[in-house]
Design a protein around this ligand. Structure first.
Ligand SMILES: *[C@@H]1O[C@H](CO)[C@@H](O)[C@H](O)[C@H]1NC(C)=O
Ligand SMILES: *[C@@H]1O[C@H](CO)[C@@H](O)[C@H](O)[C@H]1NC(C)=O
Ligand SMILES: *[C@@H]1O[C@H](CO)[C@@H](O)[C@H](O)[C@H]1NC(C)=O
Ligand SMILES: *[C@@H]1O[C@H](CO)[C@@H](O)[C@H](O)[C@H]1NC(C)=O
Ligand SMILES: [Zn+2]
Length: 956
């Protein structure tokens, strides 16, 4: 899956602030996971399965059907499946599907038991009153079925036979069943949308990780690969799609209904979680078949396709496939590549082999409305999913414990492929911000976990779901990037090719990849490693966390230490490697690249790094998965270099210096004034990555000091830093009339305007108000550049009064594009008028005005407005009983700026009030909010004076 844990951008923007402080990090992340958790909980609630026989007890038994894993007795060979989803309600008001399925399987170990996954399906009984029929294949006689029953908890259909199946013989198991086509975003489900006032229903699937068993009985584990022959029955006027190419559609009559029956070419040998089928009225666009003969089609809602929103996806898919073919040096194994955008989709996208499914925002791009960031989302998600066509689909992990390899790999390779499709964007550099830093944030907590777990530690569907997290995706990508860098990209790619060739259509564990990479590294004369790839990588994947490497230029010593953001945290999980890593240290001295040095111990001495005059910089381009600290003289020299000529330091490292310094300061490893000093040179900086690093880190300062005497000096200091940048953009955009041409400049332009308005650069508020006034004059033509809407709406509404607000509200109500509505929802929270903010708070809880799913947005946004904060807090305390389902997100969002003893007391009183009310919900969330506030109070007490003094010095 791509971007499995999705949060919308404006919310992410506000949550960014949450992801700063140490404890705050945990809270920010828990919000990110909230959606996934909800999915798990829903799955649990929906567990109402046909129960006919022995009820599973909670006492663990040793019976095979009480274990979550399939026994190693049977192997599926192929399936014949026919499914008929009804796109209208039946007499009971339900949407259902019916199906018939047969599976041919081989017996590889003697057994008198057949276990096959099945969940939430109702089966027809055979003449013998069983739920399935068994036949022998190739003249074999099948044993008689004694009984069949269902194990709800382990999601098995169990078939007890009178005699054993014979080893080496194949059998045919046949069933007929019915399931619900629910709108639960899992398994075979339905998605609804409205087109020209008419409600439409789409039947679609999301099988990963364990939902294929809710569509038909199957051996639902990734290593149980088989060939699938599929037939779909669907209403006239609809199109049926599946992994294989459709081979023909006939008109038939069943149960007195005129329907269509579409057959598909058999799939390749593949895992159940990669199956997909969709029935819809969607049209498609396709590219002409070239010499390559891969048919590329993009599907989606008629309105969107006719509006050209699929064109960008269509244009980039083919280059991305070509790039990946050459990168893996392996032909795309299928005859077609369908990609389809669904109105309701839980993950970001899903790499079903030959039929990739997407959330609309990750496949559709509308130049007039979508921002540049949206476009980048499209190309990286497409690249991620297509990278899986080989890595994941052709060769698949044996079990979910190796999911990190699958997802880390696709996340890493997606940047290479996107870079090929959009070569001018420098998108590979963004990997550092988007993956490496993201991984650093979670992985610096004691609660983090190793990338890889033991196979027997992951069993239940819930344990599998939990693996889809930031460590799996982003740390996975970060360590693979490091590996590719120290092996060289050509060795890495060649090893991959050999791995894909050897294991095509089968399953692997991660050591199979190390083996192939090692073979290539050994035969390549240029790779010199201090240990085997396995020995090096074990330290990165089998223990949680990462090191901070400290270089002392007085002594030339280099040492490493497990980095934890909370200096008081205690690690209570032992590691076989003592939290030490084999660290590839690339470095430069006074701007000269000094190559790579391996740190293999806790600490070592390296004469070349001893210097009293030169600056040393380590982890060039942040290709290594570690942070770096120096002795204070070397920090001084780096800061001096930044001030005199920052270009001597690579742009990614300018961002790294800032981010490492602030992070080390939070962990109390570095003096906070040193961190602040890394921002002094920013008045000369024009590049996005260093600015973005600074802004992310300073956001916490704004939250903490917004209402204190620090706010003034902080604002004055940053105004001086951002004014030149603001001016620079004014020039390169010809007085704000053109888009900057470079990709990163488009992002940095947003940073420039955001910071300029925040620090009250006068021209900034004039600019945003001017655009907004123009729009108010002619509501049909929005002159605000789509990349800048968030900041323009916010600042224009902040500078304006009721007229500006009411206009924004009218535009919000009239908006048909979700992304636009979200931006307005944020902008409306920026007003400085308390009565408007109060009115908006009341609108938020009126479902006629703001959709119920969005209720948290206005409230949390208002709480991040310094004037709105106390209003949101009072409002929430008065009305929290109406918002118990959103309690957690709201309380954490509202109190995120709390930083005084008085606020802490208020929060504690509120906790008592909630406890007295008897509503049990959310007490844990309040505890977290209290912890967060305590951490803030502590941080402020430890840092406020120093920060204030330093800022005052700067203006002297
Ligand atoms: C760092 O990345 C830049 C491009 O972003 C590249 O030109 C440069 O060669 C890289 N430096 C090293 C030492 O890898
Ligand atoms: C941090 O550095 C400043 C200025 O160099 C100094 O005044 C202060 O005492 C230092 N703080 C700590 C905790 O060492
Ligand atoms: C820039 O645009 C503003 C608003 O349209 C205008 O008032 C100003 O004169 C322009 N400045 C320059 C240098 O063109
Ligand atoms: C509201 O939306 C409709 C259709 O999208 C459009 O025709 C109309 O002009 C909009 N109204 C305003 C005031 O912008
Ligand atoms: Zn993925």
């Amino acid at each position: 899956m791509g971007k499995g844990f999705y949060i919308s951008k404006p919310l992410a923007f506000v949550l960014l602030a949450l992801a700063v402080g140490s404890l705050l990090t945990i809270l920010g992340l828990s919000l990110i996971y909230a959606q996934e958790k909800r999915r798990n909980e829903e799955n649990m609630v929906n567990n109402t399965v046909t129960t006919l026989a022995p009820y599973s007890t909670s006492i663990p038994s040793n019976e095979p059907w009480d274990k979550y894993r399939l026994p190693d007795t049977l192997l599926p060979e192929y399936y014949n499946i026919t499914l008929w989803p009804r796109l209208t309600k039946d007499d009971l008001g339900m949407y259902i599907f019916t199906g018939k399925s047969g599976v041919a399987f081989l017996c590889v170990k003697e057994t008198d038991l057949i276990l096959i996954h099945s969940s939430n399906l109702n089966y027809s009984l055979t003449a013998e009153k069983h739920h399935a029929e068994l036949m022998g294949l190739g003249g074999t006689r099948a044993p008689v079925i004694l009984k069949t029953w269902f194990q709800d908890q382990t999601e098995f259909m169990v078939i007890q036979l009178r005699e054993n199946l014979q080893v080496g013989k194949s059998y045919w198991l046949y069933t007929e069943f019915q399931g619900e086509l629910a709108d639960d975003l899992g398994g075979f489900y339905r998605s609804e949308y409205v087109e020209n006032g008419v409600e439409k229903v789409v039947a679609t699937t999301q099988m990963q990780p364990t939902a294929a068993r809710t569509a038909f009985p199957c051996f639902d584990e990734p290593s149980m690969k088989a060939v699938f022959h599929l037939t779909l029955i669907h209403p006239p006027g609809t199109v049926a799609l599946a992994n294989g190419m459709e081979t023909g559609t006939e008109n038939i009559t069943i149960e007195n209904q005129q329907v269509l029956q579409t057959r598909f070419e058999p799939t390749e040998k593949m895992s159940t979680y990669l199956l997909a089928f969709v029935i819809s009225e969607f049209p498609s666009i396709q590219s002409p078949l070239g010499a390559n003969k891969i048919l590329v089609r993009i599907w989606g809602r008629r309105e969107a396709i006719e509006n050209g929103e699929g064109d960008y996806a269509l244009n980039v898919t083919f280059p991305v496939l070509k790039y990946l073919e050459s990168y893996y040096n392996t032909t795309y194994p299928l005859s077609k590549s369908d990609q389809i955008a669904l109105p309701d989709f839980s993950a970001g996208a899903m790499e079903n082999w030959g039929l990739v499914t997407y959330r609309e925002t990750f496949l559709f791009y509308e130049p007039k409305v979508s921002s540049h960031e949206d476009k980048e989302g499209v190309i990286t998600v497409i690249s991620h999913e297509l990278a899986h066509m080989w890595f994941g689909n052709l060769v698949t992990m044996r079990w979910w414990n190796d999911l990190w390899l699958n997802e880390g790999f696709a996340s890493y390779v997606s940047y290479l492929a996107a870079d090929y499709a959009e070569p001018t964007w420098n998108i590979k550099e963004l990997m550092v911000l988007q993956q490496v830093y993201r991984a650093f944030t979670v992985d610096a907590l004691v609660s983090s976990h190793p990338l890889s777990s033991r196979e027997d530690a992951v069993n239940t569907p819930q344990q599998i779901e939990e693996l889809f997290d930031a460590v799996t995706y982003s740390k996975g990508a970060a360590v693979l990037r490091m590996l590719s860098e120290f092996l060289s990209e050509s060795v890495f790619a060649k090893g991959l090719h050999n791995y894909l060739q050897e294991h095509a259509y089968s399953n692997t564990v991660y050591t199979d990849l190390w083996k192939k990479l090692q073979e290539v590294a050994d035969s390549d004369g240029n790779v010199h490693l201090p240990a085997s790839i396995e020995e090096i990588m074990n330290r990165w994947i089998l223990q949680a966390g990462f090191p901070v490497v400290t270089i002392d230029t007085h002594t030339g010593s280099i040492s490493q230490q497990h980095f934890l953001i909370d200096p008081e945290a205690v690690v209570n999980k032992p590691s076989d490697y003592n939290y030490e890593w084999f660290v590839p240290i690339t470095w430069m001295k006074n701007g000269r690249n000094m190559g790579q040095h391996w740190l293999l111990n806790k600490s070592t001495s390296y004469e070349l790094m001893k210097t009293e005059t030169n600056w040393i910089l380590a982890n060039l381009n942040v290709t290594g998965y570690y942070r770096v600290n120096y002795d204070s003289q070397n920090w001084e020299r780096l800061i001096k270099q930044l001030t005199s000529d920052h270009q001597a330091i690579p742009v990614l490292n300018r961002g790294q210096i800032i981010d490492d310094a602030f992070t080390l300061a939070r962990a109390k490893i570095l003096n906070i004034t040193m961190a602040l000093r890394t921002t002094q040179y920013l008045s000369n900086e024009k590049e996005y990555i260093p600015w973005e690093s600074a802004i992310r880190n300073l956001e916490y300062f704004f939250l903490m000091f917004d209402r204190t005497e620090v706010r003034g000096p902080l604002e004055a200091y940053l105004r001086r830093k951002v004014e030149p940048l603001f001016h620079y953009f004014k020039v390169i955009t010809s007085n704000w009339t053109r888009k900057p041409t470079r990709h990163m400049d488009q992002y940095n332009q947003l940073n420039a305007i955001t910071m300029a308005c925040k620090t009250r650069v006068k021209a900034c508020s004039e600019l945003t108000s001017m655009w907004y006034r123009q729009w108010m004059k002619d509501p049909n033509v929005n002159p605000v550049p789509s990349d800048l809407k968030t900041v323009v709406y916010c600042n224009a509404i902040a500078a304006g009064g009721v007229e500006e607000w009411d206009f924004g509200w009218a535009m919000f109500k009239n908006s048909t594009v979700a992304a636009e509505a979200e931006k307005l929802m944020y902008g409306l929270s920026c007003t400085k008028e308390p009565w408007l903010l109060n009115r908006y708070l009341h609108y938020a809880i009126d479902p006629n005005l703001i959709r119920k799913q969005d209720v948290t947005y206005p409230i949390v946004y208002i709480a991040s407005n310094v004037i709105g904060q106390p209003l949101a807090w009072d409002f929430f305390r008065a009305k929290w009983q109406l918002m118990t389902t959103e309690f957690r997100v709201l309380i954490l969002g509202i109190v995120k700026t709390f930083s005084t003893e008085f606020q802490l007391q208020q929060l504690q009183r509120f906790q008592e009030e909630v406890a007295e009310s008897g509503v049990s919900l959310g007490t844990h969330a309040i505890e977290q909010a209290i912890e967060q506030t305590k951490a803030n109070v502590k941080w402020v007490s430890e840092n406020k004076v120093q920060v204030m003094d330093w800022l005052i010095q700067q203006s002297a």
